[in-house]
Design a protein around this ligand. Structure first.
Ligand SMILES: Cc1cc2nc3c(=O)[nH]c(=O)nc-3n(C[C@H](O)[C@H](O)[C@H](O)COP(=O)(O)OP(=O)(O)OC[C@H]3O[C@@H](n4cnc5c(N)ncnc54)[C@H](O)[C@@H]3O)c2cc1C
Length: 312
């Protein structure tokens, strides 16, 4: 019996929400093939079988490792893939997923499609943005097992009422292990996982003005903070917030670009956002070519007014 194996990502023992979309994509593929979805967490975690089942999984396997290790996770995934007869293995194209995906493909002696934004579940043709999102590649994987990573915010959880059957599986021995993850404090969601991103650039003039950006984010529940590389390089904001070619790739429902010019390297990380709002005093700024809505104006006049309106 074939199956679709989907990898669940956890952090500090808790499930990361982005991977539920990958479970939903696995469900769509499994329905087309007429097979089961097996979800595998490669580390011990507190996972609700109803949440994973509701997203689309039939089975939930939780491995015994108590810390993350890319090499051990990949070896465990490859072993479980063989045990459950997986002909498709899906991961989320997060930082961790990008680390593990090629290792899994190598261990299964197959190819992989990375960072995909669409998949045809009948032909298994994957679509992935290239050249900073200016073009798309269509990829098929040659090999007995199809391995792919899916970009967050492009797929949907199945949203059904089902509880997955839970079981425990042994982890492989780790050659290298993560002993600590030092997360940035601040209590906001990671920019790569936020459905709304409020992002600031050099037009903010100084890090002291970031309270204006935070006021906008505070008024929109669940909003994450983003930044251009110019302000990260200047030390105004942490690298964890950088959006773009050398930062994070985001595709939220709403991306608000404030005082950001829209350089090609910034666009590479956010142009697939569903709705883009740009605020810039230069009407010819490149960002306006990609914006759904544009406000031409001085951020120091526009932001207080916008915050006041949002507070209402
Ligand atoms: C290899 C490479 C990789 C790179 N990777 C990235 C990346 O990952 N992410 C990234 O962002 N960049 C990246 N860059 C840098 C990129 O080319 C740009 O330099 C950078 O994005 C510019 O940031 P910015 O828009 O904040 O600044 P600027 O380009 O200086 O733009 C500032 C904008 O603010 C506007 N402005 C100024 N004052 C006001 C005001 N008072 N009110 C309203 N608007 C105002 C200006 O009109 C201007 O459009 C990379 C570059 C290279 C070469």
């Amino acid at each position: 019996m074939s199956s679709v194996l989907v990898i669940l990502e956890t952090r500090s023992g808790e499930l990361r929400s982005a991977c539920l979309e990958t479970v939903g994509a696995a469900r769509t593929i499994a329905d087309a093939k007429g097979c089961n979805v097996v979800a595998l967490a490669t580390e011990t975690a507190n996972i609700d079988a109803a949440v994973v089942g509701g997203a689309g999984a039939d089975q939930l396997m939780i491995a015994t490792a108590d810390a993350h290790s890319a090499d051990a996770a990949a070896t465990t995934i490859a072993r479980v893939a063989k045990e459950v007869g997986a002909d498709v293995v899906l991961l989320s194209a997060t930082v961790r997923g990008r680390d593990i995906t090629p290792r899994v493909a190598a261990l299964l002696d197959t190819g992989f499609a990375a960072d995909c934004t669409a998949v045809d579940s009948n032909t298994m043709l994957f679509t992935r943005p290239i050249c900073g999102g200016k073009a798309f590649n269509n990829v098929t994987v040659n090999g007995d097992v199809v391995v792919a990573s899916l970009r967050p915010n492009f797929f949907a959880s199945a949203g059904r009422d089902h509880t997955a059957e839970i079981s425990e599986v042994a982890s492989e021995t780790a050659l290298a292990q993560v002993v600590e993850v030092a997360a940035q404090s601040g209590g906001r969601p990671d920019v790569a996982e936020s459905t709304i991103v409020v992002s600031g650039g050099r037009g903010m003039a100084s890090p002291d003005n970031w309270n204006l950006i935070e006021a906008i984010a505070d008024a929109i529940p669940g909003a994450g903070l983003g930044a251009s590389r110019a302000v990260v390089d200047a030390g105004w904001r942490p690298h964890s917030e950088q959006v773009g070619q050398t930062g994070k790739t985001v595709s939220p429902e709403l991306y608000i670009a404030i005082g950001i010019s829209g350089a090609i390297q910034h666009l590479a990380g956010m142009r697939s956002s569903k709705v883009i709002v740009a605020i810039n005093k230069d009407a010819d700024a490149p960002i306006f070519k990609h914006a759904t809505y544009g406000i031409v104006g001085d951020v120091f006049e526009v932001l207080p007014e916008l915050a006041a309106e949002l507070a209402k």
